[in-house]
Design a protein around this ligand. Sequence first.
Ligand code: CMP
Length: 385
Amino acid sequence: MRARIFGLLDPASHAHAARRVRVLEILLILIGISSVSAGTVGGVSPAARAVAAAVTGIVAVLFFVEYLVRLWVAPENPRLQSATEARSRLRWVVSAEGVIDLLAVIPALAVASGGARLGAESASVFALLWVLKLATHAPGVELIARVFHNERSALAASLALFVIVLFSAATIAHWLEGERQPEHFGSIPASLWWAVVTLTTTGYGDVVPQSAPGRVLGGVVMLCGISVLALLAGILASGFAKEVRRREFVRIWQLVARVPFFSGVGAIAIADIVGRLRSRSYPAGAVVIRKGAAGDSMFFIVAGEVEVRIGARTRALRDGDFFGEMALLDRKPRSADVITVTPCTVLVLDVADFYQLAGGQPALIAAIEEEAKRRRADDRRADSS
Ligand code: CMP
């Protein structure tokens, strides 16, 4: 029971139910932040304010319950495993997630201990805590942190460039504009404000160079700003794409390991195959393949069961089996309907990748062809009987 609940709350889980729990949690956080924000708007009727306070209270209480549940299931977390359950729980309590989750439940404790007034007064502070909670639970936040970590040396180099341009701009602006506008450019630290606002291309316009050389400097700093920001954006975008690809590769690799069909394939060939596969999940009763449709991909079952319907006959295919290969091999429309019997996770190989793989991995395609031959014979036998 505890392991199952941990499975639902595990941020790394890709299971349907866990995803739903995550969406629900994010919705709850957004509702909480909205109700806290609504409570700070002036001129709202007392009734509306009371509704906002009630919603805030309910969300806070739910977070309190969630905190207790997370504390209870902490020993199931493999990253927190310790000698005793109490130690695992303690490790969770002092982790970043545990601390933020604890801070997020303070509204409930404030309302319970200090009454509604204290709760309402402190509520706006908790909007900030709930935003932090959103940061720990929203998908992708951890991914962004990892990208910053991976790209730290490139980011540090572009940041150093930013600082060099910033100080050069502030110093030159001080020389050029210091006498005309001593209040804004009288010292290098004073000029830094203009340099930051110009270099980041924000341009509030509160401080403007007045001499012609000062304006030329302004133009140059703006261009430098665009270049440095473009460099930063490029580093982050490529780092993000690299990390997403790496994670997807590892995830598909783990799924491929569960398909016995690939067990005899060597590591280099597997790497080639993994790069071409995508995972897809279906609920029970979903039509994966419709008879007569054009064949654009084939499927490997990682988990679950499907039913192949060839006229009145059916064939069951389970974990480790594949289907949808005949249309690709014969270049004909689909020969049967394929419908999921249980929720299924499958790996999809697109037709273009199938043919490329046929060139690079002939043994693999030969094994698929062998099975297709057996199935065609089976279908013919059944047709004739
Ligand atoms: P395709 O024709 O592309 O689409 C329907 C799929 O059902 C087919 O490929 C095979 O993968 C599968 N199929 C057809 N006949 C059988 C059979 N007799 N046993 C198992 N699977 C089959």
